[in-house]
Each structure stands twice: as C-alpha cells, then as structure tokens.
Design a protein around this ligand. Structure first.
Ligand code: G6P
Ligand code: MG
Length: 217
C-alpha cells in the first residue's frame, strides 16, 4: 500500500536546479575554474560545501576553510537573489495537480531536500501546505546518496519506508531512495538516472495512477 510520496525539491517541485547551476557557473567563471553542465550533474542533490569541493577539485587552489566558506556564501547570495523572484507560477508542470491528487487519495507527502533554502522556496511557491513533513538537512550526518534524509522524512511522516516512493532528479538522490528501501522515480534522462525504478522525462508525466502501479510491482 502506498502510504507516502517523498519529494526532492530542486529540479522536481520547481526548476531551482537551473539557478543552482547558474550560480555555480558564475562562481567558477570568476575563479577561472572550468565548469560545465556535465560537471553540474554531480552537484545535484549534494550539499553546498560538498558541491564547492567538486567545483574546486581540479582548480589546484588549496583554499583554507574560511575562504571556502566565503565562496559558498557568495554562491548562496547569488542563488538567493534568483530564488527571490520565484512565484507559484514556477511550480513545475503537473506538480500542483499531483499534490492535490495525493491529498485527495489520503497519501502523505514529504520533502527530502538537502537545501537549507528549501523553506523559503516552498513559501515563495505557496507549496508548504501540501507537505506533512520535511527532513531537516542541517540535522543529517550524511547527505545523498546516503538514505538518511529519506528515512528521516518517512519517520517524521510515521510511515514504513517500503510503502514509500521517492521522486528525484539527481543520481545521488535515486541511490539514496533505493538504499532507504523505497521505490525510486527519476525525473530526467536515462544517462543520469538509469537506476530509477520508473523514469519519466518530465514532471508533467507524473500521476497518482503511475505511482500506485509502481508500488504494486
Ligand atoms: C539540493 C540541490 C543541490 C544543492 C543542495 C544544497 O540538494 O540539488 O544542488 O547544492 O540542495 O542547497 P543549498 O540551498 O543549501 O545551498
Ligand atoms: Mg534535485
């Protein structure tokens, strides 16, 4: 029985994955460090400081922690500027309808986002009311692909992981969902998300029927 669906935020509920990319690209350009959309795929689902380490990995810059914190803050300031313009119109296609249908079907909805900006984004989207629980990324010992964030969301919802579906746009997220013992829905392309139990190219393809069917398998 499907008890809950646990969603990633960036790239699933709204297209903030693009803003993260633009902010990292701008920082990399400023530092003269090579960066690309391909490299950006590895940052999806990954915490801010871990992302910075990946951005800097081939730079040869051995920066002290304080300098890294400043760079992460600079990226975040730029990102906050972009998300400050978010409105409910930025919910990805099909997401409001899906969240309404889940509510009608008595299926719980949780959030498993590594982003410390998630509460602000949900607020700007007018989407907070759809979620019965959200994992707190600041409380986690390990990020995705560790299952901890999805397990915490399930625990907060009071549901059994085996009766949950996770929805993700990142390879690290799909791995986290599967390690949590949940079924994984990937939004994106097989090149990145080949391990998903159900892969859909776009959010508009999501439906309660497909989710129910996935858990019956
Ligand atoms: C999500 C995104 C990542 C981002 C992380 C931390 O997992 O997919 O790209 O780095 O959140 O976000 P934050 O808003 O806290 O910097
Ligand atoms: Mg994401």
């Amino acid at each position: 029985r499907l008890e809950a669906v646990i969603f990633d935020l960036d790239g699933v509920i709204t297209d903030t994955a693009e803003y993260h990319y633009l902010a990292w690209q701008a920082l990399a350009d400023e530092l003269g460090v090579p960066f690309s959309r391909e490299k950006n795929e590895r940052l999806k689902g990954v915490s801010r400081m871990e992302s910075l380490d990946i951005v800097l990995e081939d730079s040869g810059l051995g920066l002290p922690e304080a300098a890294k914190l400043r760079l992460a803050e600079q990226k975040n300031d730029h990102y906050r500027e972009m998300i400050g313009r978010i409105t409910p119109a930025d919910l990805l296609p099909g997401i409001p309808e899906l969240l309404d249908s889940l509510r009608k079907g008595g299926i719980l909805v949780g959030l498993a986002s590594a982003s410390l900006n998630a509460p602000v984004i949900l607020e700007r989207l007018g989407a907070a009311h759809w979620f019965q629980a959200a994992a707190d990324p600041a409380s986690l010992r390990k990020g995705k692909p560790d299952p901890e964030i999805f397990l915490q969301a399930a625990e907060l919802l009071g549901v059994t992981p085996g009766n949950c579906i996770g929805v993700e746009d990142a390879a690290a997220g799909i791995a986290a969902i599967k390690a949590a013992g949940m079924k994984a829905v990937g939004i994106g392309s097989p090149a990145q998300l080949g391990d998903a139990d159900l892969l859909l190219p776009r959010t508009v393809e999501l439906s309660v029927e497909k989710l129910l069917e996935l858990l019956r398998q």
